[in-house]
Ligand binder design. Sequence first.
Ligand code: NAD
Length: 497
Amino acid sequence: MSKHVTHWIDGKPFGGVADRQGDIFDPATGQVTGQVDFADVAIVDEAVAAANAGFAEWRHASLTKRTQVLFKFRELLNERKGEIAELITAEHGKVLSDALGEVTRGQEVVEFACGIPHLLKGGFSESVSTRVDVYSIRQPLGVVGIISPFNFPAMVPMWFFPIAIAAGNAVIVKPSEKDPSAANYMAELWAEAGLPAGVFNVVHGDKVAVDRLLEHPDVKALSFVGSTPIARYVYETGTKNGKRVQALGGAKNHMLVLPDADLDLAADQAINAGFGSAGERCMAISALIAVDSIADELVAKISDRIATLRTGDGRRGSDMGPLVTGQHRDKVTGYVAAGVDEGATLVVDGRDVEPDGDAAGFWLGPTLFDNVTPDMSIYTDEIFGPVLSVVRVHSFDEGLKLINDHPYGNGTAIFTNDGGAARRFQNEVEVGMVGVNVPIPVPMAYYSFGGWKNSLFGDTHAHGQEGVHFYTRGKVVTSRWLDPSHGGINLGFPQNV
Ligand code: NAD
C-alpha cells in the first residue's frame, strides 16, 4: 500500500489537504512507495503559530521538567531505533547497519542535551560594587527552523533539535523531501515523551517552505545543512532578514597518505570512508592523495578490497546500497564518464556492478580512479557518490597545499606513523575537522561539528557548546538588594565603588 507522509503540527498529523506532493522512492527497487505533502506558505505559518504557542509554555518549563522529557525521548529513541533505521533504509537506500549507526550518533546529541542544566549555567559575581551583584543567564530564542538534507534524515536533525528544545526553544524541522518519514517518527516519540504540543513540528516540502521559514518574522534562527549553493543562499537570505543562521554546506574531503603509513589500514579506511553509504556522506573521503612511491601498492590494495564488496539492497546484508534517486545516480555516472574523458585512469568501473537487488534500483558500484589531476571535474566538484579519486603527489607539502587550495574544508585525514608530520598537518590544514589515522573524524556530541571555507556559512558549528550558544542569547543582570542607604542622584556613567 502506498504511504502518505504529511506535516506534524501542534502535536498531531496535519489534517488538511496538500495542493502539491512529491514522490517517495525505494532506491533499491526504483519504485514509488508513497507521497509526501509539500507545505505552502499558509501551512508554514500555521506551524510557526503552533510553535509560538508551544514556546510560550515551554520556555517556562523548569530545567528538571525539560530534562525529564529529554531522558524519556532518549529512552524511546533507544528502544525503537531499529524501526527508524528501517524507515531510513527504505527511503534513502543506505544499508541497515549504517542507518542504525546514524540514529546512534544522533542519540549521542540527545544524551549531551540531557545535561542542559549544567550547560546553561551562567556566571555570578558577588559584590562587584557595594551590595551589587552581577550574573549572566542564557535564554532561548523562540521559534527556530531546522532544514536538513537527504543523506542523514535522523542524525542531522538530531544535531540540532535536542539542544534547541533543551534550551527552551520551539522547533520546526523541514526534512528532505526525499526521505521524510524519520522526522515524523521522531515527532511521535516526542509526543509520547511528554513534550507539550507545538514545541516540535515538522513541515515537509521544498523551496516554498524554506523560503517562508527564511522570511517569517517569528522564526528567530535557522540551522541548515545541504549543498553549498543552497547553504549560501539560506545564510545570505536569513541573515538579511535579521535571523541567526548556521548553514553547513558541501564537501570534498581529502585523505593524505604518507609513505610511512600502514598501507593496509589506509586501504581499509579508504574503502570505509569512500564507499560507506555509497559515498553520500558529507564526511566521505573522495580524494586520496598518495605521496610518492606508495601509490601503486595502495591503489592495488584498494582495488583488491573493492572486489570483495557486495552492492545491493540494504535489507539483505549488503555492504553498500543504491544511490538515493535515479537522477542522482545519473549525475554521478556522468562524473565517471567525465573522468574518463578528462584522462584519469579508471581502475574499477562501478557502472559494471551486478547488484543484489531489483534491476530497477538506482545502482552504481564502487568506482576507483587513479592519476587524477586537480583540474579534472572529478577532483574539483563534490560528486556525492561512490567514486574515489587517487591523486599522486611528490611530497607532504604538495599534498597539504592541494587540500588548502580546495574551496571546501569540511573534513580531512592524514595517514602516517610520523607524529611530527601529523602534528604539522593538524596545525596547518585549513579544514574544520581533522583525523589522524581516522578517516571520518565526526566529532562527538560534546564537541562541535562544522567545516571551514565553502563548507559552512556562519560562525557557529553544530552541537557541543557552540550549539548551546547558537540556540540561546545572553543576558547580564546587575542587581542591588535591600540596602536602605543609597548614593543619591548621580548622572555620571555608573562606576563601581
Ligand atoms: P540540498 O541542498 O539539495 O537540500 C538540502 C535542503 O534544502 C533540503 O531540505 C531541500 O528540500 C532544501 N532545498 C533544496 N533546494 C532548495 C532551494 N532551491 N531553496 C531552498 N531550499 C532548498 O542537499 P541534499 O542533496 O539533500 O544533501 C546533500 C548535500 O548536503 C551535499 O552537498 C552534502 O555535502 C551536504 N551535507 C553537508 C553536511 C555538513 O555537515 N556540511 C552534512 C550532510 C550533508
